[in-house]
Design a protein around this ligand. Structure first.
Ligand code: NAP
Length: 309
């Protein structure tokens, strides 16, 4: 297939691109900078210059493809106070792809998340529809509605799917939540968890996630919700213990009242008990994670090699 990938230069996209090319697909990646364009070319992809706001570019690239994987998201503005703006831009891009692919029966995949869709119990692919169970605020609510819109494209002749990712998509080079947690531990001189730390996060290695995106592109029926979940739920305390051991720091409980000061923007995410399963996804696509789980990946030590990690 000729696959158009947005966010192809990102953490997950840069694993998805070689996964697709390795399986014989041709990839065209959206690049908004020279650096991203060079990275895509080096990975063997064609480059489409443009941004998420260039809707005409997105429309034409989708129309010229056999399928679209949409991974770009304006994390830069989302995590500096304008989540709604990022979610709105995402929504417009998704609407554009839906129009371009309507009636084609071609695959269209987006990335979404599992965090907070069924707090306190193991979320399945069947959960998380309708209003949000957790009030994450207006921007995240828009993202959830965008995922529902993508699923609705199935009735308009698009083989659309939503791939839900856990809060940590880990691996060597990760700059996301796990790396942030390691950085906070270094800064504070303690490796903390909130309350008794028994609340759980699901996890997946980014190479396993990339493999699922390929399987979904090739096989997922229209309207599928897929869970890229390898670890159903790792207690946050177990994560804090590995970090503390590797950094030689005490492992301490942080009270819920002090969590905001200690963990800043990560506190709300870190307090969530949000395990999730992928049983239905594995049955549907024969996906089987083969890379290290979160604790084993942390034990490998690469999160602790540089002070900035
Ligand atoms: N990583 C996780 O643990 C996780 C968990 C749940 C959901 N997700 C979702 O999965 C998707 C991929 O995440 P990721 O971790 O790979 O994100 P990432 O590393 O931040 O990559 C984001 C990608 O989007 C591109 N991008 C950002 N703004 C753009 C714009 N205005 N125009 C065009 N491209 C733009 C970036 O391009 P540049 O390279 O030029 O910056 C980059 O390729 C996102 O939707 C994310 O929210 C991720």
């Amino acid at each position: 297939m000729r696959v158009f990938v947005t966010g192809a230069s990102g953490w997950i996209g840069s694993a998805v691109v070689p996964e697709l090319i390795g399986a014989g697909h041709e990839v065209t990646g959206l690049a908004r900078s020279d650096a991203s364009a060079a990275a895509l070319a080096a990975a063997g992809a064609q480059v489409q210059r443009g941004t998420l706001d260039d809707l005409d570019t997105l429309r034409k690239a989708a129309a010229a493809s056999d399928g679209v994987i949409h991974l770009a998201f304006k994390h830069d503005i989302a995590f500096s106070g304008d989540f709604q703006g990022a979610a709105d831009a995402d929504r417009r891009a998704v609407e554009t792809f839906g129009e371009a692919l309507a009636g084609s029966d071609r695959p269209f995949l987006i990335a979404s998340g599992t965090l907070g869709i069924a707090p306190g119990r193991v979320a399945t692919e069947q959960d998380g529809h309708g209003p949000a169970a957790v009030a994450w605020g207006p921007g995240p609510e828009t993202r959830r509605e965008t995922a529902e819109l993508v699923l609705s494209f199935a009735s308009r002749g698009v083989r659309s799917s939503v791939v839900r990712l856990p809060p940590t998509v880990h691996g060597d080079g990760d700059n996301g939540f796990m790396a942030t947690l390691v950085g906070i531990a270094r800064d504070k001189g303690v490796s903390g968890y909130i309350g008794d730390g028994s609340n759980r996060w699901p996890a997946v290695h980014r190479l396993d996630a990339a493999h699922l995106f390929r399987l979904a592109l090739e096989q997922a029926p229209a309207g599928s919700v897929l869970h890229a979940i390898a670890d159903e739920g790792v207690p946050i305390r177990a994560i804090a213990e590995v970090i503390g051991r590797h950094l030689d720091l005490p492992v301490v409980a942080i009270s819920p009242e002090d969590a905001g000061e200690h963990f800043t923007w990560l506190a709300g995410f870190l307090a969530t008990d949000s395990p999730a399963s992928s049983t239905l996804t594995r049955e549907l696509l024969g996906w089987q994670p083969t890379h290290p789980g979160l604790i084993d990946d942390l034990e490998k030590g690469h999160y602790f090699h540089t002070p900035s990690a």
